[in-house]
Write a protein of this length. Structure first.
Ligand code: NAD
Length: 258
């Protein structure tokens, strides 16, 4: 049983503008909520309309500032960049971008066609680059910024059944490392946060069975199941002034998985 937690408030996040991709459910929703609780002005895009609307309503019901959100399929780069531009026009320049969107659909080596490959990259790889392209001019105007890219420990522990997803998620570390120097000159930081196995509703519904429970107990150093909010806490730190000198790094939130 986990002891109750007394979590940090980050004064530097109050009033900060934050853009999150795939913020309607799962870890993205926890990130959106966590920033809203810190008094930040959050914008997000997602394809899940009903869930996104419910999240936005619950944030307002808790007394936080309304979130800006739009239905947007990030496979459409023009639509993604348009959403960023529209949010920026309405709210102001973003000081934080969280590249969260992904889908860990299963597939076999034999079944993958070039079209399927491209579609997987269009969800799991391409949006992060083009979202960064869209927010960086605003961060330069602000004089600083923080980009957080959601990576994964799955490919690092040789997770099977999703080779295209593994390729895309491994490239997140390359994206972070490959842009850190360019962005750093303008005090824009870029980091990877790699979750272990996090108990989102999708993960519980699709993959958590008795074998999965045993895997968690065998592979994690800590006994508790990872929650979406555990990942959000690391993202808050990296977006805040407390993380001011962290860039180009990968931060794992995986309970010490093997
Ligand atoms: N949950 C885990 O155990 C785990 C482990 C390692 C890494 N991660 C990473 O963390 C991040 C979040 O994972 P999650 O488990 O919350 O994912 P999820 O699949 O539960 O949620 C992703 C969100 O993206 C949205 N989305 C999917 N396709 C979209 C599209 N084409 N356009 C716009 N929105 C779209 C979904 O509606 C959903 O709200 C991802 O980058 C994932 O790779 C998760």
């Amino acid at each position: 049983m986990k002891a109750s937690k007394a979590l940090a408030t980050f004064p530097s996040l109050r009033g900060q503008r934050v853009f999150v991709t795939g913020g309607g459910t799962g870890i993205g929703a926890a990130i959106v909520s966590a920033f809203a609780e810190q008094g930040a002005q959050v914008a997000f895009v997602d394809v899940a309309e009903k869930e996104s609307a419910a999240l936005a309503d619950s944030i307002v019901a808790q007394g936080h500032a309304p979130v800006w959100w739009r239905t947007c399929d990030v496979r459409d780069v023009a639509a993604l960049q348009q959403a960023v531009a529209q949010a920026q026009q309405e709210l102001g320049d973003f000081s934080t971008l969280v590249n969260n969107v992904a889908r860990d659909d299963r597939h076999t080596l034999e079944s993958v066609t070039p079209e399927y490959w491209d579609e997987r990259m269009a969800v799991n790889q391409r949006p992060a680059f083009f979202a960064i392209q869209a927010v960086v001019p605003g961060m330069r105007r602000l004089g600083s910024g923080s980009v957080v890219n959601l990576g994964s420990t799955g490919w690092q522990s040789k997770g099977a059944g999703y080779p295209c997803y593994a390729v895309a998620k491994s490239s997140v570390n390359g994206l972070t490392r490959g842009l850190a120097d360019t962005l750093g000159a303008d005090r824009i930081r870029i980091n990877t946060v790699s979750p272990g196995w996090v108990m989102t509703q999708r993960q519980i519904a699709m993959w958590l069975n008795a074998e999965g429970e045993a895997d968690i107990q065998r592979n994690q150093c800590l006994p508790d199941k990872l929650q979406p909010s555990d990942v959000a806490r690391m993202v808050l730190f990296l977006a805040s002034d407390d993380g001011a000198m962290c860039t180009a790094q990968e931060f794992k939130v995986d309970a010490g998985w093997n």
